[in-house]
Design a binder for this molecule. Structure first.
Ligand SMILES: Cc1cc2nc3c(=O)[nH]c(=O)nc-3n(C[C@H](O)[C@H](O)[C@H](O)COP(=O)(O)OP(=O)(O)OC[C@H]3O[C@@H](n4cnc5c(N)ncnc54)[C@H](O)[C@@H]3O)c2cc1C
Length: 427
């Protein structure tokens, strides 16, 4: 659905979004949100057919409003226009697709590097949550230095044969497609011998094993490739140019993790910071008041930094290293915020039994919930520990900021110009 032919105003876009929601959300949802009736919203949310909702939401373009409408999902909006739409969606706590890696990273990479055929094949079911995506970058021997990865792809006619192992692959167990970076020429320096594919996660030779994390959930996995085949038609970018394609994915990952996404970056247990403040006010303790005020200020600063980055993209620039600033800020802010929320809960904040070893509410993990009870708060605290690791560690963000934003000398890397096959490695 194209929202408008001529450039609409923000108010018009918001009006159209409200009208679409009024027609598509369960009756009473919007009134319940406006009336602050959380229990009713939660009950309506429970009864909603989530899979069907995601299809309607995605096809209408609201899951990916900046994507070109011609690929079957997207509204061709500028980032500024999309923000106006997202403000309405956030206000009405509209359920979002949990395909966050696809939407935040896969789609933008396909849009930047894909052929027309790939865009038509891949983008619509990604936005409608019908085909989940995962990111196959990290390996046991290559995390921060992901360009050193060892998974091999060898050409065989119109196909490539893949062997190796990836790790920490979020959502692999639910995914249809994986963004796979492989080494196709071991005799070139590490950044130059890579190629990037979109692999079918159900292909023979792909084995996925869950990894259980501190929350008791298993949101990520290890993935093994044993002579798995991927057609050459599913390559993104030229053979040997996989690093540049990967950088597009990584830049978009930082933006996704920077709190700039459609879901607010200051949530506690799925609810905005403001709700935490309302839940505990009036706060008598001076120190706690300062921590709340500090959290409020930091969340505003991150929002402003994200707006500045969005303005840069609005002017036509791609996601750049400035995403690393807010990725770093957001990781550290969120860890402090979740700790504050646990402290404010008192004993309830730690009275949590976990969700069991088999993923518990699995995909529900990725859907913002309407609960702000101590379960969600305790889980938020535990989950936040990963914020300074996932998507590149905070140390690596500081390196990127030093080198690419402040212009400091590059970190020494003696392996950079050596053929990858001659670089010493563990294992
Ligand atoms: C919740 C979660 C989800 C994830 N999902 C995915 C996913 O879907 N797909 C995927 O491919 N990966 C995923 N990852 C992996 C993540 O990208 C890596 O864990 C991360 O890049 C760090 O790599 P590593 O774990 O190998 O640590 P290492 O690179 O071994 O780092 C170990 C420590 O050394 C420090 N360090 C390393 N190099 C430097 C340096 N040059 N300068 C300063 N300090 C340095 C690091 O900061 C860290 O403290 C996920 C991780 C987490 C926690």
């Amino acid at each position: 659905m194209a929202v408008h032919a001529a450039a609409p105003s923000a108010e018009q876009l918001q009006e159209q979004t409200r009208a679409w929601l009024a027609q598509e959300l369960p009756p009473g949802w919007m009134d319940a949100v406006d009336a602050g009736d959380d229990a009713k919203v939660a009950a309506l949310r429970k009864d909603l057919d989530y899979a069907d909702w995601c299809i309607r939401f995605g096809e209408a373009g609201y899951a990916t409003p900046t994507w070109p409408a011609e690929y079957g999902a997207g509204l061709s909006l500028t980032p500024g226009e999309a923000k106006a739409v997202n403000d309405v969606l956030n206000h009405y706590r509209v359920p979002r697709p949990f395909n966050i890696i696809g939407i935040g990273m896969g789609g933008p990479t396909v849009l930047a590097w894909g052929t027309e055929e790939q865009k038509h094949r891949l983008l619509r079911p990604l936005a409608t949550n019908q085909e989940i995506w995962c990111q196959l970058f990290s390996e046991p021997g290559a995390g921060s230095d992901v360009a050193g990865l060892a998974t091999r792809a060898v050409r065989d006619g119109d196909e490539w044969v893949v062997n190796g192992q990836k790790v920490w692959t979020t959502l692999a167990h639910l995914a249809k497609w994986g963004m796979l970076v492989t080494r196709t020429n071991p005799d070139l320096p590490k950044h130059r011998g890579l190629s990037y594919f979109i692999i079918d996660m159900h292909a023979p030779g792909v084995t996925i094993r869950p990894l259980v994390q501190i929350t008791g959930e298993a949101e990520f996995n290890e993935v093994f490739f044993d002579d798995a085949r991927v057609p050459d038609s599913m390559r993104l970018g030229e053979v040997g140019d996989g690093w540049r394609v990967s950088v597009t994915t990584l830049m978009n990952e930082r933006v996704s993790l920077s709190g700039a996404g459609s879901v607010g970056g200051d949530a506690v247990g799925g609810s905005p910071l403001q709700k935490l403040i309302d839940r505990h006010k009036p706060v008598a303790d001076l120190l706690t008041r300062q921590r709340l005020a500090q959290a409020y200020i930091e969340s505003r600063l991150i929002r402003i930094s994200n707006q500045r980055a969005a303005a840069r993209r609005k002017s036509g620039a791609e996601a750049g290293p400035e995403g690393s600033i807010t990725k770093l800020q957001q990781a550290e802010f969120n860890q402090r915020l979740q700790k504050l929320a646990v402290d404010l809960e008192g004993a309830n904040g730690v009275a949590w039994e976990g969700v069991g070893l088999h993923g518990g509410d699995d995909v529900g993990t990725f859907v913002p919930t309407d609960t702000d009870d101590h379960y969600a708060i305790a889980r938020g605290f535990l989950r936040a520990q990963a914020n300074s690791i996932e998507g590149g560690t905070s140390n690596i963000m500081r390196n990127i900021l030093g080198e690419r934003v402040l212009g400091l000398p590059k970190e020494p890397d003696t392996s950079r110009e050596l053929p990858w096959s001659e670089v010493p490695r563990n294992g």
